[in-house]
Design a protein around this ligand. Structure first.
Ligand code: SF4
Ligand code: SF4
Length: 290
């Protein structure tokens, strides 16, 4: 059985046992919506835009030249990357493509109800269109559709259609396999981000029943219990060989959701998710085998 199907069946089997949505489901949608709205607001408020239609490049509401705009954008962008790498790697919650990948896997693999078969892909397509429109508005002023020539409108429509269509094909065809094997940002953060201060800790081994659910639901095909031990994963897609489980982890928390199944609210779960204590960080093996 493909990993996506096996994973979704295990995860949704777990989630269906709950009377209300898991807190990570709510956090995932909340953070995703706020983050995506924040990115959209940057372009729509003229805080940041490189306009390749009529050259009105914007930075903090001021029109600037292309090279000046790139220079001003570079420092905050690099600072944000360093912060993500050093402090955390929350792409499992923040990244809109990851959220879309989940949606795609759910639409393909969860229970095959008729309503879901129709509604799932439609919802995916709607979100793909929205993300494509946000990406588009960073590079072309949306006013092109009102003030642009017929040729500009045609090119802009084609670009928007290609962006949405490409995203939809990736999401429906690959789901989270994109994150597991092909995501360029994931590889970048995996190679540079193994010193992150937060992640999964096998904090209470005594509470582990060895049910194996954490391994089955992991979208990155990792061993969450071996995270602090520094176990390595073989090369996968564009990801190079020798990266540790810790470097590949996208901090989605699905293993914690699985681990909570067998414990009551008062009990500590075997796995813990959050800032890592120093001993857990020290226990991490170097990324490359000696
Ligand atoms: S180890 Fe846990 S948090 Fe990390 S990717 Fe796998 S399921 Fe998500
Ligand atoms: S889900 Fe929790 S209890 Fe089950 S194997 Fe993983 S760590 Fe142990």
């Amino acid at each position: 059985m493909p990993l996506g199907k096996k994973r979704i069946q295990a995860l949704y089997g777990i989630l269906h046992q709950r009377a209300r949505p898991h807190r990570y489901t709510l956090w995932r949608w909340g953070v995703g919506i706020v983050f995506t709205a924040g990115i959209a607001a940057l372009a729509w408020s003229d805080t940041l835009r490189f306009d390749f239609w009529r050259g009105r490049h914007m930075w903090l509401g001021q029109q600037v030249g292309l090279s000046e705009g790139l220079r001003k954008f570079a420092f905050p962008f690099l600072a944000l990357n360093v912060a993500i790498i050093v402090v955390t790697r929350f792409c499992g919650f923040v990244c809109p493509v990851g959220t879309l990948g989940r949606l795609g896997e759910w639409a393909r693999h969860a229970e095959r109800k008729r309503r879901q078969r129709i509604f799932g892909p439609l919802l995916s397509l709607g979100v793909c269109l929205l993300l494509a429109a946000i990406t588009f508005s960073f590079w072309v002023d949306p006013l092109v559709f009102v003030e642009g020539s017929a040729r500009a409108v045609l090119w802009s429509s084609a670009l928007l259609a290609a962006l949405s269509g490409g995203l939809f094909v990736i999401v429906q065809g690959l789901g989270l396999r994109f994150c597991r094997e092909l995501c360029p940002s994931g590889i970048y953060f995996a190679v540079l981000g193994h010193d992150s201060r937060s992640g999964i800790e096998f904090a209470h081994p005594d509470a582990c029943s060895d049910c194996g659910l954490c391994n089955r639901v992991c979208p990155m095909d990792l061993e969450p219990r071996a995270m602090s031990g520094g176990a390595h994963r073989e090369a996968r897609g564009l990801y190079p060989d020798g990266l540790s489980n810790f470097a590949n982890c996208i901090r989605c928390g699905d293993c914690i959701v699985a681990c909570e199944v067998g414990s009551t609210e008062d009990e500590a779960t075997a796995l813990r998710f959050g800032p890592l204590p120093v001993h857990a960080r020290d226990a991490r093996a170097p990324v490359k085998e000696p």
